[in-house]
Structures are given as C-alpha cells and as structure tokens.
Design a protein. Structure first.
Lengths: 183, 197
C-alpha cells in the first residue's frame, strides 16, 4: 500500500476494520507526514463540524419583497420594449422590402437624388389626385349610400382602433402571464 | 418538511408571492450562511442570497418536490457563488478585510471564547484559499451535512468527483492548519477588550 492510500483513510472519516487500522498505525509510526496530517485533521475536523450558521441583517424578507417588485417591473419593461422593437423591426423590413427593389435601378448618387425628388413629387401629385377623387367621392357617395352603412363603417373603424390600442398595451402582459403558466 | 412549509411551497408554485415570502423568511439563514461562507463578505453574501431566492422564484415550476427544498436552494446558491467567484477571480482575501463573525458565547471562560473566535477566523481564511468548487463542497459537507450524492447533485458533479474534491480540500486544509498560538489569542483578547472599552 502506498502513502496516498493511508492519507485517504486518515481524511475520509470512514470506518476502518481491525486489519486496516493496524496497517494505518504501523504506517503512522514510520511516516512523519501522515502523523502531522492526522494531528492537524483531528484538530480541524471538530472545528469544521461545530461551525455555526450566520444570520443576514434584519429585514431580509422585506428587502426580498422590495426587490421582487423592482425586478418584476424591470422584466415588464424589458418585455414591452422587446415587443415594440419587434413591431419596429417588422415595419423596417416591410419598408425595405418596398424600397430595395427600386434601389437596384439607381446606378449613381445623383440618380438616387433624382429618384428621391421624383418620388417626392409623385407622392405629392398622388396626394393631390387622391384629394380630388376624395372630393368627388365624398360629394357623391353620401347621396347613394344609406346612413345605416355609414354608422356601421364608423363603428367598425372605431373597434379596429380599440383592438390596435389594446394589443399595443396589453399584449406584453398577456404573453408574460402565459409564459409563466407554461415555462 | 412541515405541513405549513409544504402548503407554502404548493401556494408559491401556484404564483402566491406571500407564500414564497414565507419560504424566504424560513430559509434566509441557511441560504445567507452558505453565501457568506462562499463570498467571505456580508454585503456580497446579502446580494448573492437575494439573487438565489430570485432564481429559485423564477425556476419554481421546475422544482422537483421529491427533492428537499433546502438542498435545491443551496444548489442554486452554490452555483451562483461559484460563478461570481470565478468572475472575480477572488481566490483569496486578506484576513484583515474579513468581517467579524459572531461566535455564540456559550462558555463562561472568555479565553475559551476568544480562542474559538480565532479558530473561526483562521478557518475562514483557509476556506478562502480553496478554489470555489472545492470550497462549496466542504461547506455543503460540514455546514449542511449533505451526503456526497447530494453534493454531487447540487454542484453538478459525479460522486467520484465529489469524493476526490473533498479529499483534496481536506488535505489542503489540514496541511495549512496549525494550532493557534497563545500569543495570537492574547492579541485577540486585547483587541476585544479595547473594542468593549
Ligand atoms: Zn504517509
């Protein structure tokens, strides 16, 4: 048997049978290292075992409750921002999808400028045209369409805006509570 | 586990924050003690203990009720402290900055009490010399009486890895341990008396 096996016997605290403890005693008589180790460990082990637990500063649970409220608010904010970021990214992708195919046909910066000015003018022209058509539409349609249809249209427009607002403000909270229920 | 404790746990798992608050109240001492032994600083131990409860709170749905709740909490706390210590590479702290620890004064002999204070200070210093995971293994073994299997479960180690870590740590602690010198105890007494006066 080698020295390190005796060390293991000394430190493990496991019960040794008679033969093993006799072998250990014989080894201890010839090995000063193991004798020192045994002496130190026999002093240290009771100190380790007798060590007491330490109390936190008073009010630990109250601090926990305050922290909990703070962390939940932080988490809520994070989810809201993530949701808004998601919407923004969606809008950006949609915008780029519309714009990028146009960019391919623009070889130079001057061309791009041309294109921007042209687009701006055509948008303005489009708005002017739309206004014109709008006027024609608004002046003729009320005479044809019955008043009940107008009420229904206005009402559905209002409901859609309500749903939109609700999804902006409440969806993050709903997602969070759902996540908590099914992690 | 007492029936009140089981009920709090059940309510907490259903999302009752007050019930979880009761569990925090009940387990603050063992969790804080573990963090204190690991971090060697009461401020950092407070933060680590609060973080341990927050992580437990978030992971409560994944807790296996077959396992003792305290062992589960200690496992979360030990992992967190090991990570923190690794991040900070805080392998050892000079003795002077370690805070004073209250050792219950059960004996009538002040000399005896002071020698125990001194012993605890030196023990903490030795623990600070161990690596974070070895330190956690020793603390869980001796302060919390966890078996080698439970320590393995808590620290995500195999039983044989726990055995070898414990052996290495005991050996290191024992080889660094020397009996307190009477001179140190006398100095400690002088310091103690000057604090009282
Ligand atoms: Zn030997």
């Amino acid at each position: 048997m080698n020295h390190s096996s005796y060390e293991e016997w000394l430190l493990s605290g496991e019960e040794l049978d008679q033969e093993q403890s006799q072998a250990l005693q014989n080894h201890l008589q010839s090995c000063p290292d193991c004798t020192n180790l045994q002496k130190s460990w026999s002093q240290l082990e009771p100190i380790l075992s007798a060590s007491t637990q330490v109390d936190p500063a008073p009010g630990f649970t109250q601090r926990w409750k305050d922290n909990l409220a703070l962390r939940r608010a932080q988490q809520q904010r994070k989810i809201t921002w993530r949701f808004l970021g998601f919407l923004l990214a969606g809008a950006l992708i949609f915008f780029l999808a519309l714009v990028i195919p146009q960019l391919g046909s623009l070889p130079t910066p001057i061309g791009s400028l041309d294109w921007i000015v042209f687009s701006f003018i055509s948008i303005l022209a489009g708005i002017g045209e739309l206004q014109e058509y709008g006027w024609i539409f608004l002046s003729s349609v009320p005479l044809i369409v019955p008043i009940s249809i107008w009420i229904i249209l206005a009402y559905s427009l209002f409901s859609w805006s309500c749903i939109w607002f609700f999804s902006i403000w409440k969806l993050p909270a709903l997602i969070r509570s759902k996540n908590e229920a099914h992690p | 586990m007492s029936s009140a404790e089981a009920q709090w746990l059940d309510l907490a798992r259903k999302g009752d924050d007050d019930a979880f608050g009761n569990l925090v109240e009940l387990y603050q001492r063992p969790v804080f003690s573990l963090c204190y032994r690991m971090m060697s600083d009461s401020g950092e131990a407070e933060d680590a203990a609060q973080e341990t409860f927050w992580r437990a709170y978030q992971a409560l749905k994944r807790y296996d009720p077959q396992r003792p709740f305290l062992t589960w909490l200690l496992s979360i706390g030990a992992h967190y402290c090991i990570d923190q210590l690794r991040k900070k590479r805080l392998a050892s702290l000079p003795l002077d900055v370690l805070p004073e620890e209250a050792v219950p004064d059960s004996s009538a002999d002040p000399e005896d009490h002071l020698s125990r204070v001194e012993e605890q200070r030196r023990l903490r210093q030795l623990l600070g010399n161990l690596g974070p995971q070895d330190r956690a293994a020793i603390i869980l073994r001796y302060w919390y009486d966890l078996s080698e299997e439970e320590i393995g479960e808590s620290l995500s180690l195999s039983v044989s890895a726990v055995k070898s870590r414990l052996h290495r740590s005991r050996r290191e602690l024992a080889s660094q341990w020397k009996e307190p010198q009477p001179q140190i105890i006398r100095n400690e007494r002088r310091r103690h008396e000057s604090l009282i006066l």
